[in-house]
Design a protein around this ligand. Structure first.
Ligand code: C2O
Length: 535
């Protein structure tokens, strides 16, 4: 195992896109930021020096950080933010993971421009469990606003409404030629006829699930969220914010130029967003002036495509890469997931949209929860997050305006070390149904089941896949439906769980688990590093 060291200088840089120039927060002046490369087993040290005007922290999305929440990064959950002028070193070791993950700022909406890929190669001499690709490339999907994102968010909050939508989607920070002034902001990748390429696709967008396709070419899915899958071929993939998908692409078409494209999947009754980011797949030796063709992406409201695609995702489940699904469950949790509305005297309409789990809107603490837990600081959080809704109702029935209000609290749920947990996430129709990509820090989980309508605790568990369910760190709760996940609480610490739509996280669609220490020192949270930022 090697030691990999990176210097991340968080700094403001002027960047122009769509005919608009503005200062943005970047890492090392890059958009996307630098890719972190490592091998399974390596130790990674990342010195983050904050030269920007915002205090911030960085999350290494999907890295398990065993016993080491101090390096996880969500602000006020596992650390206080790194203040302007200060440095914090994220010290992490990659254990039992290889594949594509990513990193992003984990405070405010700064991840709009502060994000990048993490590529973990298998141990030296260990091949991929699929044909060795000739070359590989990262495709990081994102969003771009012409205005200053934090200002736009503040304006929305003043009204108690969602902020203005982004102005473009991007591929590797570039929107592509369908947007104004964007001809030169187009990502291009050169391929050789007959060769196979591995594309590491990451959805770093703030608020959109995306379809992605390449004109004329099929995609073979081989990995999701840094876990190998049973390979299958598809015309397009669906990827939610927070998720990663590795696909193999064979350059088997007539030499030419082909558009790769990403566009939102939106099946909720919200304003339709048709913005299409494009990049170019170009065969070697072909003229740059050739007009590329666009792929046929599934329509924005094509729920059938989405459900069908999702049902094909299965763990590889071989002796070398087994799916260790917990078969017996120690703790059963049922959380409703939805939007609501609370009074807001300071908002223009007197009300404000909000979001909640089991009707609780999470309130961010002023000090890191992991510190509060580790040092037994009283009064920072409670551990009485309810295992199920206090008053069950017809979750996905007609909108229930009477139940719109939520209660506020910094309430966590305590889990015994090494216990097995089943969590059903149930979308609600209090205001409107909507898909929610849920991310759990500190663990991977198995997606054992999902369905539309209300979860039926008598009938649905009989249909669970306990053999080769997909294993991941972010899962889409279907619009007007539910999803069931299982995991083993074998990582002591405080672990955030939230919707990865930044809008919903901001509105309170989040909570955290406290996983208690086990009996031995090897099963306990590590001591905090000396340079942990103070609050
Ligand atoms: Cu990628 Cu808590 O987030």
């Amino acid at each position: 195992a090697a030691l990999k060291t990176y210097q991340f200088d968080v700094q403001v840089k002027n960047v122009s896109r769509l005919c608009h120039a503005k200062p943005i927060v970047t890492v090392n002046g890059m958009l996307p930021g630098p890719t972190v490369y490592a091998r399974e087993g390596d130790q990674i040290l990342i010195n983050v020096t904050n030269h920007a005007q915002y205090n911030l922290s960085i999350h290494w999305h999907g890295l398990k950080q065993f016993r080491n929440g101090w390096a996880d990064g969500p602000a006020y959950i596992t650390q206080c933010p790194i203040q302007t002028g200060n440095t914090y070193t994220y010290n992490m070791t990659v254990k039992g993971q290889r594949g594509t993950l990513w990193w992003h700022a984990h405070i405010l909406w700064l991840r709009a421009t502060v994000y990048g890929a993490i590529v973990i190669m298998p141990k030296e001499g260990t091949p991929f469990p699929f044909p060795q690709p000739y070359r590989e490339a990262n495709l990081v999907l994102g969003e771009w606003w012409n205005g200053d994102v934090e200002t736009i968010v503040k304006q929305g909050n003043k009204l108690g409404l969602p902020p203005q939508m982004s102005d473009a989607h991007t591929i590797n920070g570039k929107p592509g030629p369908l947007f104004p002034c964007s001809e030169k902001h187009t990502f291009a990748m050169e391929v050789e006829s007959g060769r196979t390429y591995l594309l590491r696709i990451i959805n770093a967008a703030l608020n959109d699930e995306l379809f992605f396709a390449i004109a004329g070419h099929t995609l073979t899915v081989v990995e999701i969220d840094a876990v190998y899958t049973k390979p299958f071929t598809t015309s397009a993939i669906l990827i939610a914010p927070g998720q990663t998908t590795n696909v193999l692409v064979k350059a088997d078409q007539s030499p030419g130029r082909y558009f790769m494209a990403a566009r939102p999947f939106m099946d909720a009754p919200v304003p339709v967003d048709n913005k299409t980011a494009t990049a170019i797949l170009q065969y070697k030796g072909v003229s740059n002036t050739l007009l590329p063709t666009l792929p046929t992406l599934p329509a924005p409201n094509n729920t059938n495509f989405a459900l069908n695609y999702t049902s094909k995702l299965k763990s590889l489940n071989t002796p070398q890469f087994p799916a260790n699904v917990p078969l017996q469950v120690d703790r059963r949790l049922f959380y409703t997931v939805g939007l609501g509305q609370n009074a807001c005297p300071s908002c223009q309409n007197g009300t404000q949209l909000t979001a909640s789990l089991n009707n609780i809107t999470f309130v961010m603490p002023k000090t890191g929860l992991l510190q509060a837990h580790y040092f037994n600081m009283p009064g920072v959080f409670r551990t009485d997050f309810p295992d199920r809704p206090l008053a069950p109702f017809n979750y996905t029935g007609a909108p229930l305006t009477a139940n719109l209000g939520t209660t506020l609290g910094t309430r966590l749920s305590k889990l015994k070390f090494n216990s097995t947990v089943e969590l059903v996430l149930q979308d609600t129709n209090l205001l409107t149904v909507e898909s929610h990509p849920f991310h759990l820090h500190g663990f991977n989980f198995f997606v054992v089941g999902s369905g539309v309508g209300n979860f039926n605790s008598k009938k649905d568990p009989a249909k669970f896949n306990l053999v080769d369910p997909p294993e991941r760190n972010t899962v889409g709760v279907p619009t007007g439906g539910w999803t069931a996940i299982r995991f083993r609480a074998d990582n002591p610490g405080v672990w955030f769980m939230h919707c990865h739509l930044e809008l919903h996280t901001m509105w309170g669609l989040k909570m955290a688990f406290v996983v208690e220490n086990g009996k031995s020192a090897e099963e306990s949270v590590l001591p905090p590093p000396k340079d942990l930022p103070p609050c």
